[in-house]
Design a protein around this ligand. Sequence first.
Ligand code: 5GP
Length: 175
Amino acid sequence: MVRIQDLTFEEYISEERIFARTSQLAKKINVDFEGKNPIFLGILNGSFMFLSELFKQITIECEVSFLKVSSYENQTSTGKVRELIGLNKSIDNRPVIIVEDIVDTGHTLAFIKDKISSFSPSKVSVMTLLHKVAATKIPHELDYVGFEIDNIFVVGFGLDYNELGRNHRCILAKS
Ligand code: 5GP
């Protein structure tokens, strides 16, 4: 059992299973993108550990970059304004692979895909470590999924609870 602030968590997906699945996904990318020189776009902060583990096993020519979704309250109107920070590299006519930690309702991914598409990449593929299928509000075609999980709150391997818990080596579920 792991305690983070007021919550307790139990191991849900072991480090061994994460590594094994990441290797399988890397092998698939190495085949699917051979000779295509894709750009991996990691979505910060959650995807940093997954992307680093994956990237070590990519053997084809490729690039990596990171994007961050920032959200803030608009001063003049109600509601949140979101921005995608870091999209300063030319992805025109290049295949991009978005790398997410988790797809929950699908709202964040819809926003990211929309922003990225305005730069006219040749192809947009999506990889996510985790997918909460039952939580879907906006369905997406997810090309590479590590694990489909239950509709529960998870932390670890890059994912946080109030910015804490990202350093755990496995995925933990709230007990
Ligand atoms: P969506 O827009 O798909 O509903 O949510 C995506 C974002 O919500 C993720 O990038 C992540 O930051 C956060 N999120 C959703 N579910 C979880 C979860 O179970 N644990 C953590 N730590 N973050 C989550």
